[in-house]
Design a protein around this ligand. Structure first.
Ligand code: KG4
Ligand code: ZN
Length: 343
């Protein structure tokens, strides 16, 4: 079944064509138009600009995806689009476009939960992971949450962040250090020049919540540390690198400790890490070093499936359609769409 997938939940416009059949996904095309440069001068995403840019770019991106997939619209058998969670204006662009196209063409339409698509994106390259439960850690600019994924459409949310998402913490810490937006890759690079032990940032203590995260205190600690050293202008390059490395280590430690705890509690063998922060080289190194010791396998989908993309939307759409799930033209965009049951 050839499926067109459309993703516009945040600041990336994405479209893809996949060929899905019985658990196997072939990605025929996967295009992302990044709005990073548009939002960079503001130090964060401006929702109205994001929605307006989606309107400008989506149709051309869909045409490009069809071309690359050597497929005409006549061969597309279904359309999947993100209907939440995300920025409401952004969501409405992709969802309305996808529904209009599907109903105009009289082909099935399925609305996909963006976070569920991230969680199941590992099934594109490793379909065998769909055969048994795993632990999913979603770490992006908008989300930080830990899930127990039993099977398709059966997700238990074990815990999530009480305040900032971890990617947001990277972005804010980077801003405090005078680094460009998005801050994650900039901190990742700079941290390589610094010492992780230079500053001891305290770990957030969250009462009565085994798997919850909190990153706003860490961000505040970074601000205090910079002030203690006389402010940003007084910092040497080495100082900045030390603060970046110590911050990164603290953020990653918090993620890894909670994931390990949950993996032991839930007795899973596989931990899947997705979202923009999964690109972090320190996080990957830490997980690799833990694999043997903990008897776990960590999986990081290819970067193109890890960050926001259309292939994960189309691939999950295929599985949902196969399970008999589809939607009519009334499906709303929902900015705070929950994922699974809370534990
Ligand atoms: O998943 P994503 O591309 O978009 C959404 O938030 O939905 O994630 C973007 C986030 C940003 O906060 C960015 O700073 C962070 O991922 N990020 C990283 C790295 N690359 C991107 N954070 C830490 N280390 C990285 N190498
Ligand atoms: Zn995302």
């Amino acid at each position: 079944m050839k499926i067109l997938g459309i993703e516009t939940s945040c600041d990336e416009t994405a479209a893809a064509v996949v060929d899905y059949s019985r658990g196997e996904t072939r990605v025929l095309s996967n295009f992302i138009y990044s709005q990073v440069a548009l939002h960079a001068p503001y130090g964060g995403i401006v929702p109205e600009l994001a929605a307006r840019k989606h309107i400008e770019t989506l149709a051309a991106l869909v045409r490009k995806s069809l071309e690359e997939a050597k497929t005409s619209m006549d061969e597309i058998e279904a359309i999947a689009a993100t209907h939440g969670p995300g920025l409401i204006g952004s969501l409405l662009v992709g969802l309305s476009y996808a529904k209009a196209l599907a109903f105009g063409r009289k082909i099935p339409f399925v609305g996909v939960n963006h976070v569920e698509a991230h969680l199941t994106s590992c099934w594109i390259e490793k379909p065998e992971l769909a055969q048994k439960p795993f632990l999913g850690l979603v770490v992006s600019g908008g989300h930080t949450a830990l899930f127990y994924v039993k099977k398709l459409s059966n997700y238990t949310r074990l815990g999530s962040t009480r305040d900032d998402a971890v990617g947001e913490a990277f972005d804010k810490a980077a801003k405090l250090l005078g680094l460009p937006y998005p801050g994650g890759p900039a901190i990742d690079r700079l941290a390589k020049e610094g010492s992780e032990k230079a500053v001891h940032f305290p770990r957030a203590q969250i009462k009565n919540a085994r798997y919850a995260f909190s990153f706003s205190g860490l961000k505040t600690s970074v601000r205090h540390e910079i002030e203690r050293r006389g402010g940003l202008t007084a910092l040497s390059e080495k100082d900045k690198a030390d603060v970046a490395a110590s911050f990164q280590q603290a953020a990653i430690r918090a993620l890894v400790l909670k994931a390990l705890k949950a993996a032991r509690d839930k007795k899973v063998d596989d931990v899947v890490i997705v979202g923009g922060v999964a690109a972090n080289t320190r996080l990957r190194a830490e997980c690799a070093s833990l694999e043997k010791k903990e008897g776990l396998r960590f999986h990081f989908p290819a970067f193109k499936y890890c960050t926001d993309n259309g292939a994960m939307i189309a691939a999950l759409g295929g599985r949902l359609l196969e399970a008999g799930i589809h939607h009519d033209e009334t499906l709303p965009a929902v900015s705070r769409l929950p994922v699974g049951e809370a534990a």
